[in-house]
Design a protein around this ligand. Structure first.
Ligand code: SF4
Length: 365
């Protein structure tokens, strides 16, 4: 683990007293929480459980979406949960196992994925695969290298028109040896394919990212990864969350995304790599502090109009933007960023994902 992560342990304690004072205040002055018998430690803790009842030979989630590259197959394999597990607004580990899932079961999940009727039907149209385990695919303790190689072999055999393989991970698990082997494997596919490594960046502001959201990510780690990817001409995708914590106003949240776009533009220019910002409007996830903050009236998800406004800043820069518009069924009641009457707006953002046409998200009126 990097030094920045060790520092985060200390930040945990400091945050309790400094950055999260409003939670303490809200606890003291919100009778229904006290009536429910919730202790202070439970107020701060995540309250979700793991999904240990899931069938070990089936992926956790599979869905189709569209990007500028075309049809996207998104697969989340069922593995042991993310070992970091601290990020404030995240309940993705609730879709994972509390214990290790071995390589034979993950390989079976690969077989299950490629025997699905929808995957078989569209296999020649699939242009991008996003490989996830709701954590870090490059974490060998959780996602076996044998299973990853098996996945690569089946992808090469089954998806003849693949253009991009995206792998989600924390950056410190990525090493040059794995990138080298993956580079050779994807070049053996039928069509030219590139690799994209996707990392959770969440917020540009260092205090918000590491002291409040507890991401444990330094800019140095991002830049080290960009340097590794540049050696192979691979792409980088960074997941950002607009308004990831209650500490931010709507205006500050827009500014943070714009600062992130500036940073990614400089990164793309410096290392000569393609960079995408995957911009997730934050939803209040069940079992996290955002759910508590939502119930206490000190947090509201960002408005889609503000999300589009933040993204417009990328026009003319070396940063592609893709809106993440799926709450994966993990939002608490009333905690989604999709408000009644915004269905058309949502469709427009989806069209933007497929076209990068900024006229679709121009300010109206
Ligand atoms: S955001 Fe990613 S790294 Fe953080 S706890 Fe969730 S799965 Fe783990």
């Amino acid at each position: 683990m990097s030094i920045s992560r060790a520092q985060i342990q200390i930040y945990d304690i400091i945050d309790l007293f400094i950055n999260k004072f409003y939670y303490i205040i809200s606890f003291l002055f919100t009778p229904h929480i006290q009536e429910e018998g919730m202790t202070m430690s439970k107020l701060f803790a995540k309250t979700y459980g793991f999904d240990d009842g899931h069938k070990q030979k089936e992926p956790a989630q599979v869905w189709f979406t569209h990007s500028i590259d075309g049809l996207v197959l998104f697969v989340v394999f069922y593995t042991q949960a993310c070992r970091w597990g601290k990020c404030a607004g995240c309940n993705l580990p609730s879709l994972s196992s509390s214990h290790h899932i071995g390589y034979l079961d993950i390989m079976k999940q690969v077989d299950t994925l490629f025997s699905r009727t929808d995957v078989r039907k569209h296999r020649k149209d699939i242009r991008q695969v996003v490989l996830s385990n709701n954590g870090s695919v490059f974490d060998q303790e959780i996602f076996s290298t044998t299973a990853l190689m098996y996945f690569m072999a089946v992808v090469n055999r089954e998806l003849p028109n693949l253009a991009v393989l995206t792998i989600e991970t924390q950056p410190d698990y990525v090493d040059m040896e794995e990138l080298e082997i993956l580079a050779r494997a994807i070049h053996e596919g039928t069509t030219p394919t590139t690799l994209e490594v996707a990392i959770g960046f969440e917020a540009y502001d260092d205090r918000i990212r590491n002291k409040v959201f507890l991401k444990g990510l330094s800019l140095r780690e991002v830049e080290n990864l960009a340097e590794k990817l540049a050696k192979h001409g691979f792409r980088l995708k960074c997941y950002f969350m607009q308004k990831p914590v209650p500490d931010m106003t709507d205006e500050e949240a827009v500014r943070d995304i714009q600062d992130g776009i500036d940073y990614l533009h400089k990164l793309a220019t410096r290392f000569g790599i393609a960079v995408t910002m995957h911009l997730n409007p934050t939803y209040a996830a069940r079992g996290t502090i955002l759910e508590t903050a939502l119930k206490n009236g000190i947090y509201a998800p960002p408005r889609l109009a503000d999300v589009a406004r933040a993204a417009r800043y990328a026009q003319g820069k070396r940063v592609a933007v893709h809106f993440g518009l799926n709450d994966e069924g993990l939002a608490t009641e009333g905690g989604s960023f999709i408000r009644p009457g915004e269905e058309e707006f949502l469709k427009m953002l989806e069209r933007f994902n497929e076209t990068q046409d900024f006229s679709l998200i121009e300010e109206k009126g």
